[in-house]
Ligand binder design. Structure first.
Ligand SMILES: [Zn+2]
Ligand SMILES: [Zn+2]
Length: 211
């Protein structure tokens, strides 16, 4: 983290083992969402990290930023990518230690990444200090236990996404992304798509499914 005149300029990004390192620029412009969907829970189980990634209700703390604000300074060769289904989100993680990094769509033209809190742990600067509080709670039907958490912030998140995507598209900034080879439009790592047996296994592990 680099602080200047009280404003947080960058927030450090790193995997648990320290192989992958980088930073997020302009953290205050992020949108922060807790997602309770089963797919996010399945991703945590795929990585064998549900206790680190998910809260007690199965929620994932996701920090949405434009990809141009994400810089990897080392270890990008350790980045790995998976999809739960052939058409699913690209779910990025550090293959060295199975730390989830974030989710993108399969095209760089729709330009946002939902970073997982696990790659943004910083002993000095809390997520609240850098990115502000959680602004939205989505897919709450996937939360474990009853009553379900209240959903909220959907409109704000929708506006944030549309504005961010359009700005990047109009300015051409969507081309600045560490996750894609912009000359081909392909992800820098070929995603591994789970087999149906693998998918069933991680889906069934999601806590909400056990109730
Ligand atoms: Zn690592
Ligand atoms: Zn989700």
């Amino acid at each position: 983290m680099i602080a200047r005149a009280g404003a947080i300029m960058n927030h450090a990004l790193q995997c648990r083992c320290g192989t992958v390192k980088g930073f997020v620029k302009a953290p205050r412009t992020a949108n922060r969402v807790v997602c309770y969907c089963i797919d996010c829970q399945a991703f945590a189980h795929f990585l064998g990290r549900p206790d680190d990634v998910l809260d007690e209700r199965g929620g994932s703390d996701v920090i949405q930023v434009p990809p141009k604000n994400v810089t990897f300074s080392q270890g990008i060769a350790a980045l790995a990518c998976m999809r739960l289904t052939p058409a699913g989100l690209l779910r990025w993680y550090a293959g060295c230690c199975n730390t989830p990094v974030g989710n993108t769509l399969a095209t760089p033209k729709i330009s946002f990444v939902g970073l997982l809190h696990t790659c943004l742990a910083d002993p000095v600067t809390s997520l609240d200090d850098s990115f502000g509080p959680v602004r939205a709670w989505v897919n709450t039907g996937g939360a474990s236990g009853d009553p379900k958490p209240r959903s909220g912030g959907l409109a704000r998140t929708g506006v944030w996404l549309i504005t961010t995507i359009l700005k990047a598209r109009i300015s051409g900034n969507y081309r600045q992304t560490p996750f894609f080879d912009i000359s081909t439009g392909m992800p820098i790592v070929s995603p591994r798509v789970l087999s149906s047996a693998e998918r069933d296994s991680v889906m069934n592990a999601a806590p909400a499914q056990k109730l």
